[in-house]
Design a protein around this ligand. Structure first.
Ligand SMILES: CC(C)(COP(=O)(O)OP(=O)(O)OC[C@H]1O[C@@H](n2cnc3c(N)ncnc32)[C@H](O)[C@@H]1OP(=O)(O)O)[C@@H](O)C(=O)NCCC(=O)NCCS
Length: 205
């Protein structure tokens, strides 16, 4: 990983733009120019398969990206989509989504998507490690959960590899595209995050 916090004053002549760098990636706020690569992976049937969202029309995608580009990040009661850019070609390759609880800002839910052509190279692990290093080290969060479909093998491997604890298996708790789906709940506490040697390995990659 490169240095700690590399926020820079980029956009609005005062407020620091969100920007975190890791070995190969930059995490940043969405921009309107991200629309095409965002729609390409967001609407890919393989990506949507175990997600509760529906594909976006172009107009919906544009509205979504515009909102993410202009709204303050990490507000309570809202999902923030953090853009993941590969520094090798400056391409948008996916996003981390963080929902900060409406009642208590120290609780959050996490999701992540990597474009199919970029999967299997450790990018999800690297992006989440960097984002959670930031959120936990700022004491912004106490607990993070990820809800995963038990059939979503890559996602289970991802959260187990990051040291999240498998806390529960909810049976048929969501109706998604014509079927009842189970949910595995993975959780991680701030005090566990810094202490787990598995993540030291991720940082060193
Ligand atoms: C889940 C997802 C983000 C993983 O992205 P990725 O960049 O391919 O993941 P990584 O390369 O960082 O791999 C993370 C772990 O998953 C494992 N993994 C990745 N793809 C896998 C696959 N197809 N089968 C089994 N394990 C897999 C890796 O081996 C790695 O485990 P390790 O750390 O023990 O070596 C990606 O598959 C995706 O976007 N899926 C669609 C959206 C989705 O379901 N998101 C999860 C919602 S919470």
């Amino acid at each position: 990983m490169r240095g700690a916090d590399e926020r820079s004053k980029e956009h609005d002549g005062g407020a620091p733009a969100f920007s975190l760098r890791s070995t190969r990636l930059r995490l940043r706020q969405f921009r309107v120019e991200d629309l095409e690569p965002f729609l390409a992976y967001h609407n890919d049937p393989e990506v949507v398969r175990y997600q509760s969202w529906e594909p976006f029309t172009r107009a919906e995608g544009l509205a979504f990206v515009r909102e993410q580009a202009t709204r303050p990040m990490f507000q309570q009661g809202q999902w923030t989509q953090v853009a993941i850019e590969f520094e090798g070609d400056a391409a948008l390759i996916g996003d981390c989504a963080l929902y900060v609880d409406a009642a208590d800002a120290r609780l959050a839910e996490l999701g992540i998507t990597i474009a199919p052509a970029r999967q299997g190279r450790g990018f999800a692990r690297e992006a989440l490690t960097r984002l959670l290093d930031d959120r936990f080290s700022r004491r912004a969060l106490h607990r993070v959960v990820a809800n995963v479909d038990p059939r979503n093998t890559p996602s289970i491997a991802l959260f187990e590899g990051l040291g999240f604890v498998r806390e529960g298996h909810l049976r048929e708790n969501e109706w998604i595209r014509g079927e009842w789906c189970d949910t595995l709940v993975f959780g991680c506490l701030a005090r566990e995050w810094g202490a787990d040697p598995r993540r030291a390995g991720a940082r060193a990659r």
